[in-house]
Structure formats: C-alpha cells, structure tokens
Ligand binder design. Structure first.
Ligand code: KG4
Ligand code: ZN
Length: 344
C-alpha cells in the first residue's frame, strides 16, 4: 500500500554522483530517511588502484535510473509525493557530477519540482542531523574526507564559519597514499585501519608539530612524505616493511592532529558539541580518540552511522531540506552547472 505523507511534510528526492557512488535517497523533513540507495563502483575502481573519472561517469549513467527507481519504490512513494529535488553540484569529479546534475535537472523539469543545488561538504555535515535528532547549530564540525580537512563553526543550518583548514593535503588523501605505498587496496582508509589493529606504534614519523602551531590549520603533507620516505628507504636497503606497524604509527599521528586541534578550538570558542563529518569519520580509531579527548574536556562528540559517513544521497537530502525551507540555493533546471571545486 502507498504510504501517506502529511501536506506539511517536505519530501526531498536527493541525488549524489560526485565520485564513485551513484546514490538516490528520499528524505522527509531533513531528518528521516525513507530510502537511501547506494550503488558503489568500488569493485571496478579497485582494479585500477583508485577512482578513474571517465569510468565513474559512465557507470553513473548506467546506474542512475535504476537507483532512482529503487529509492522511490523502497520509500513507497511516487514523484507526485516529492516536494523538491536536491542534487550535489560540487565539489567532485566533473564528469561524474554532470550525470547526477543532468538527471536531477530533467526530473525537476519533467515533474515541475524546485531544484536545490547542494554543496557536497554541506551534505557530509548534515548527515549528523539525520543521526542526531536533537542536534542544532551552533556547534563545531570537523570535516575529514578525501578532499577536505577543515574545522568549522556551524552558525546556522545553512551557514558556517571556517576555523581552520589544511594548508596542503587532506587527511583522507594521506590515508589513501600511505595505503598505496603499503600495497593495500583502494579505498585506502579502511584498509589502513584494519592493518593498524594488528600493529604497534613503533615508528616515530613526525613529532607532533601541530601542537606547537598557534592556529587551527592542519598539515598532512609532512606526515605523508615521512611515511613514503621511510618505506622507500627500507626498500632500498632490502629490508622488510612491517605494514601493520607503519599503518598504526601513521594512523595514530594523523588522528591525533585533527583531534588535538578540534578539542583545542572547542575549548577556546566554548563549543559544547563537536560533530565529525566526511569519509574519514568512518574511522573507529578517530571516533574513539575524539570521544576520549571529548570526555576529558567536557565536549560531546557526535558522528553519523557508517553508511552516512561515506558518500550517499541521504545526506544531500538533509542539506537540501534546510536550503529549501530557508529558500537558499534554489537552482534553474535549465542552467544549473556542476563545479569540480566549491568553497567550503
Ligand atoms: O567523504 P568521502 O567518501 O569522499 C570524499 O568526499 O572525499 O571520503 C573518502 C575518504 C577516502 O580518503 C577514504 O580512504 C577515507 O575517506 N576513509 C577512511 C576510512 N573510511 C573511509 N579513512 C580512514 N579510516 C577509515 N575507516
Ligand atoms: Zn564525500
């Protein structure tokens, strides 16, 4: 039987295709996920050691209609129940974004529904509203993904103030490079985490330079290079590399930097809640370290469930909802263009 929705309910059909996940979700009133279908291309890109943009775009084209159909079916709704369409317009791989954006534009035009352009990172942040019904701005948010490492103050549901950002590489990128050097499969982060569970922190790659810096910016290129140099040196000497120890030593250092800076910022600016967002927030080691330091400082640490940490459309539906009710980011279904980079 078809589900009934209240007239005042805002039902968002959301589309995400910025990287290698084709996803469509139906989200009610920004916090309730009616369906969240994710078609992952990981097994294809694994063969190449990373995401191949052209292959990602082609697979989005193959998948997107079926994924959207499944999302509506699982929610037990039809297009007439949908209030608005939300789509990630950036940041991401341009060819991949074009598929989702054009699909959303066509739906918006055909069914005469408003179109909302969503910043992918805002989506990651808003995954926390789905997971924590009582979470309200202001709070601090640490965004850690393959392309971002940033700390923000969420000043409202749709606005934020940057507190710190990476001056070079993103933390997820460092995880992925270290994984590749260690011969671990793509995506690197989860595999580094698995290896780290078997290892000891026996290698001192770098001695906490972030604790001496007075600002809240991050840096990962020094740590990444230290790990790569260590591995190359060992190889040149024909010595064995202890992959679990390399992973554990790198991971502890990588995590301690974001946790240290985030907790210090919360203390300085008086935030009582720190939310984690983005693919790297799937790291159990990061969650545990942030929670442990949070307890010491009297700061509540929250994060989304694993399925909402990595790329998915439900988070885009949550972000789209808050834009919709505030009348922000309403886009043209004829001219919305994707963008490979978007300011945080
Ligand atoms: O948010 P996301 O899915 O895509 C981007 O928007 O970038 O994040 C992907 C990143 C990758 O660098 C991946 O290695 C990392 O998140 N990641 C992890 C873990 N799971 C995913 N990093 C560390 N530990 C994990 N368990
Ligand atoms: Zn992402």
């Amino acid at each position: 039987m078809k589900k009934t929705t209240q007239n005042k309910d805002v039902i968002i059909l959301a589309v995400e295709s910025s990287c290698d996940e084709t996803s469509v979700a139906i989200v009610k009133n920004g916090r309730e996920v009616l369906s969240n279908v994710i078609s992952s291309q990981i097994d294809i890109h694994k063969l190449y050691g990373g995401v191949v943009p052209e292959i990602a775009a082609r697979n989005h084209i193959v998948n997107i209609d079926l994924v959207a159909d499944k999302a509506l079916n699982e929610a037990n709704l039809t297009m007439s129940d949908i209030t608005a369409i939300a789509v990630t317009y950036g940041a991401g791989l341009l060819g991949a974004l074009i598929v989702g954006v054009n699909f959303a534009k066509a739906l918006s035009y055909r069914y005469n529904k408003p179109l909302i352009a969503v910043n992918h990172i805002e989506g990651h942040i808003c995954a926390n509203y789905i997971a924590h019904a009582d979470l309200k701005p202001p709070f601090a948010c640490l965004i850690v993904s393959g392309g971002h490492t940033a700390l923000c103050e969420m000043t409202s549901y749709t606005t934020r103030k940057l507190i710190g950002t990476t001056t070079d590489d993103a933390i997820g990128e460092a995880f992925d490079k270290v994984a590749r050097e260690c011969g671990l499969a793509y995506p690197g982060g989860p595999n580094v985490e698995k290896q780290a569970l078997l290892g000891k922190k026996s290698i001192n790659f770098i001695t906490k330079p972030h604790e001496k810096l007075k600002d809240f910016n991050f840096s990962y290129s020094g740590l990444k290079t230290a790990v790569i140099n260590y591995i190359h040196n060992k190889r040149q000497k024909g010595e064995e590399i202890n992959v679990p120890d390399v992973c554990k030593s790198f991971q502890d250092e990588a995590i301690s930097q974001v946790v240290f800076k985030s907790i210090e910022a919360c203390k300085k600016f008086g935030f009582k809640t720190l939310a984690l967002a983005g693919g790297v927030s799937a790291s159990k080691a990061l969650r545990a370290a942030a929670e442990a330091e949070g307890v010491k400082a009297g700061i509540k640490v929250v994060y989304p469930p694993l399925v909402l940490c990595t790329d998915n459309a439900a988070m885009v539906g949550a972000a789209g909802y808050f834009c919709y009710i505030e009348g922000k980011n309403i886009a043209s279904n004829l001219s919305l263009a994707p963008s490979s980079t978007v300011a945080l």
